[in-house]
Write a protein that binds this ligand. Structure first.
Ligand SMILES: NC(=O)C1=CN([C@@H]2O[C@H](COP(=O)(O)OP(=O)(O)OC[C@H]3O[C@@H](n4cnc5c(N)ncnc54)[C@H](OP(=O)(O)O)[C@@H]3O)[C@@H](O)[C@H]2O)C=CC1
Ligand SMILES: O=C(O)[C@@H]1CCC=N1
Length: 273
């Protein structure tokens, strides 16, 4: 990847900082070229600790700055009101929004015929293991598409989508998905305590089980269903557990309803408050 381009990162909260960490710590993108706009003093300080240049407001950005990319990582509800301050970058930069639900049309209302990408990363980007779904508007040229693919690809695998509405679907699966898995780890650890393990041992076993199973599922030639069958001895312990998890409506229904709720919320976030 060409590391010479400068980046403006707007919002350095949970996900903005995860991207910053991934770019600087894992992908070797020079922190000095990353300009972070973030009102929160402690959050600016942790960005400074990674080597980024920080500002409490867009007005502080240097007049001569011509970034290759402006990353919008603020809450969906405030996107519309803060975009105007970045209009001056539209002639040189591609705008990459990670805001859940906010449609490209909201950006075009303020930015006009700018290059805009709607991307949905997830938290494991902070350790270079993210997955990012993305959709670009028609004003994004091939060079900008390649640049954004490299930039997002530096922190995870990038999947370009053919329709913007699919970004909301991806949000419900991979954007929010890490939280589902973190909750599953909590549940598995609690279950471990219930059958007699110490809290510390139960959490260690639960974390490594989910991490190991995810790594195996990612790298194995077998499908998740085949791997599940390999763990399940006839009339054994796993079969006893899966009878609980897979008897309808079961876990499948619960996960489907959870993802549908996330998807509905993404659609609601498209409507300006
Ligand atoms: N968390 C996640 O795993 C993921 C989040 N996203 C999306 O990323 C975006 C950010 O989410 P998340 O990081 O969790 O939220 P956070 O609230 O942690 O981060 C947003 C940050 O932006 C700051 N901010 C507010 N106004 C401005 C402004 N005008 N200019 C610059 N920064 C500003 C906020 O400060 P303050 O709090 O003081 O207002 C806050 O520190 C959201 O749109 C979300 O949908 C996408 C994928 C995954
Ligand atoms: O919860 C949210 O709305 C954001 C989007 C995906 C993950 N976090």
């Amino acid at each position: 990847m060409d590391h010479s381009g400068e980046i403006v990162l707007v919002g350095c909260g949970n996900m903005g900082f995860a991207l910053l960490e991934g770019w600087v710590d894992r992908a070797g993108i020079p922190a000095a070229g990353i300009h972070v706009v973030e009102p929160g003093e402690p959050l600016r300080q942790r960005a400074v600790a990674r080597g980024a240049t920080v500002y409490d407001d867009a007005a502080g950005l240097p007049a001569a700055l011509r970034p290759h990319a402006v990353i919008i990582a603020v809450k969906p509800q405030i996107v519309g009101s803060m975009l105007g301050a970045y209009h001056r970058f539209t002639d040189a930069a591609v705008f990459v929004s990670i805001a859940a639900g906010v449609p490209i049309s909201t950006f075009e209302t303020t930015l006009g015929e700018a290059a805009i990408v709607r991307a949905m990363p997830n938290m494991p980007a902070s350790i270079g293991k993210g997955v990012i779904a993305a959709f670009a508007n028609a004003h994004t040229d091939d060079g900008q598409l390649a640049y954004v693919t490299d930039l997002l690809g530096a922190v995870g695998s990038v999947h370009w989508l053919t329709e913007e509405r699919l970004v909301d679907a991806a949000t419900a699966i991979s954007g929010s998905g890490p939280a589902y898995l973190f909750h599953f780890i909590e549940c598995l650890a609690d279950a471990g305590v219930a059958v007699g393990l110490s809290a510390e041992t139960a959490l260690a076993l639960a974390k490594q089980t989910v991490g190991g199973a995810a790594a195996l599922a990612s790298t194995s030639a077998f499908s998740p269903a085949e791997l599940r069958q390999q763990v399940t001895s006839p009339n054994g312990t796993t079969a006893a557990a899966l009878e609980v998890l897979m008897t309808e409506p079961g876990l499948a229904d619960l996960v489907k309803r959870a993802a549908e709720a996330a998807h509905r919320r993404a659609l609601e976030l498209a409507i300006p408050t």
